[in-house]
Design a binder for this molecule. Structure first.
Ligand code: ADE
Length: 266
């Protein structure tokens, strides 16, 4: 058999096994419809999803609008939580305290870190780090790896959801635009070529944003599988703000298209 065919068959087999393990129902249990929680930081990051969804009702909780309905045949709760770790955590916790959520997809945009990721590429987080968690001393800032003690500061996404995201993203965006690896989170918009280089060197990061690690941490506390998917809106460099303003809507829609493809598999 041709090598390419063998590779394709192998990839299909791995994804099939991953989906079977992820979504299999134990024998004898009645089938509860699964519900996917979709969280973003900004309106533009869920606009396309809301326009495609059948929203049954909007619940206002803690000043946030939780859109409850169906998207691509799945039950969903969609919320824009706000920008930064505090709002992202509050949104995630409010969602988990009020709805029965089986999986979480965080969707949105990010700044590309390093030479490999370009604007409109997608990074799917295998793990996340809170890069601004630490101690300030007279000698400078020291990052603390105790944020999640057992994993040395890294918070891992659900590997099966990562596989589904990768498969979906490759179908939607093409193989060469999809990356998996570390995403770093902090309460700053990064627009500095010096700092972004530091993020790459210290954490081997592929992207930086402002919510992912905190939502992944809350998902871990509630034992809910999650994945963070981000399309690059800029390069987190000296011109990041300008690039971001110009690219964020199309980048946000990119991620939404991948979310909808993922729902076909979930
Ligand atoms: N989200 C999109 N671009 C970003 C950047 N450069 N820094 C932090 N969050 C972002």
């Amino acid at each position: 058999m041709h090598l390419n065919h063998k590779r394709t068959l192998l990839v299909i087999l791995i994804v099939f096994v991953a989906c079977t393990m992820l979504f299999a129902q134990p024998v004898g249990e009645t089938k509860k419809p699964k519900r996917v929680g979709i969280i973003s930081a900004m309106d533009t990051e869920i606009e396309l999803l809301l326009s495609e969804a059948e929203i049954e009702r909007v619940d206002e909780i803690g000043g946030l609008n939780f859109n409850v309905g169906k998207l691509c045949g799945d039950d969903v709760v969609i919320v824009k939580a706000g920008i930064g770790k505090v709002y992202a955590c509050a949104g995630a916790a409010a969602m988990f305290n009020n709805y029965d959520i089986d999986y979480v997809i965080f969707t949105g945009v990010a700044g590309g870190v390093g030479d490999d990721t370009h604007v409109l590429d997608m990074v799917i987080a295998t793990d996340l780090v809170s890069h601004d968690y630490g101690t300030i001393t007279d000698e400078g800032f020291y990052w603390r790896d105790e944020y999640s003690e057992d994993t040395k500061g890294r918070i891992y996404c659900d590997p099966n959801l990562v596989d589904v995201a990768v498969l979906s993203a490759k179908q939607v965006l093409g193989e060469s635009r999809v990356f998996t690896g570390t995403i770093v989170t902090g309460d700053q918009f990064i627009s500095s070529s010096k700092y972004v280089k530091q993020l790459q060197e210290q954490f081997n990061a592929l992207a930086c944003e402002m919510e992912g690690a905190s939502v992944a941490a809350i998902c871990r506390m509630y034992n809910i599988p999650c994945v963070v998917i981000r399309t690059m809106s800029d390069k987190a460099d000296g011109v990041a703000r300008e690039t971001y303003e110009f690219m964020m809507d199309v980048a946000a829609d990119n991620s939404c298209h991948v979310v909808m493809k993922m729902l076909e598999y979930i």
